[in-house]
Design a protein around this ligand. Sequence first.
Ligand code: GLY
Length: 350
Amino acid sequence: MKIIKVSSLAGASEAIPPGGNFDGVYYFDASFAYLEQFVNKLQTIIITDANVFESHHQLLNSWQTIVIPAGEEHKQQSTVDFIIGELISRNADRNTFIVGVGGGVVTDITGYAAGIYMRGLKFGFVPTTILAMVDASIGGKNGVDVGVYKNLVGLIKQPQFLLFDYTLLKTLPQDQWINGFAEIIKHACIKDAELFSLLEEQSIENFQTDKNKLAALIEKNVQIKTTVVVNDEFEKGDRKLLNFGHTLGHAIENIYQLPHGHAVSIGMVTACALSESINQFPSSETKKIKAVVEKYHLPAQFNFDKQKIWQVLTMDKKRAGNSMNFILLNKIGEAFIQPIPMDELENLIH
Ligand code: GLY
């Protein structure tokens, strides 16, 4: 994978290969308009959702587009079937290039549809939300939910490129800004104490009003996630750490229709409580994480139905036989994998 920073594509110069066998390219600080310079427009189909299409129709008008309904509830096989039907009707073939323009639902579903159509077309992403920029568009895990089971079906296939155009965030609603910061807080908790301190000092409003601060924050988070993925694409080890807050988070997200960031924040604070009881994680550290979660307008607690949660947890992909891999913290900036036997977990949850 090459990371290229551009303020104009002609000046694209800085390549930082983080290693691994990736051949994708990241275009940071780029403009959507550059897309025409690296895909063949006549052979490209953009997949986006109704909200993004409406907000950015001037950018998208001249492209062939497939527009899917917006919202996590549409991240289901039926939407993939719709996309495949559209690809067939447009005579898409193995030379067709697919670009997902949107948030995490769009990038996940686009990567999946592109990955299975004719056993795989090439694809790239233009993430349009904070969440997609720092997390969902990176890493190659693409798929759909099955009922309440998050991302139960999918594949791992890397995009050819990611294009980061920060001006697309201008139309992003405030609740979506907030949503994205949960993954940024997660990255800080598991990998980067310095980033955690930065988040303590700053606020969402500071990042929204200072383009350079925002660009640096996004690049930092892309680097954190990419480094983890490059070293462990198929989640045999370190990549599991990215699931911090996600085990409980995914379970409550779909049952209660919570925004992903809210669910993850609640999951992270709950995982801190588990860390306190399992490995003496200091409660003062949990307090700091709770304070940052709340500073970024995210919830730290939720009153969930333990029985329902337990049922969904037993279907989680992170369950391995009689135990579930939970991600706990040693300290802020350092996470570890702790297998918890299912019967012990059942007691802890209840
Ligand atoms: N698509 C998100 C990931 O691969 O983690």
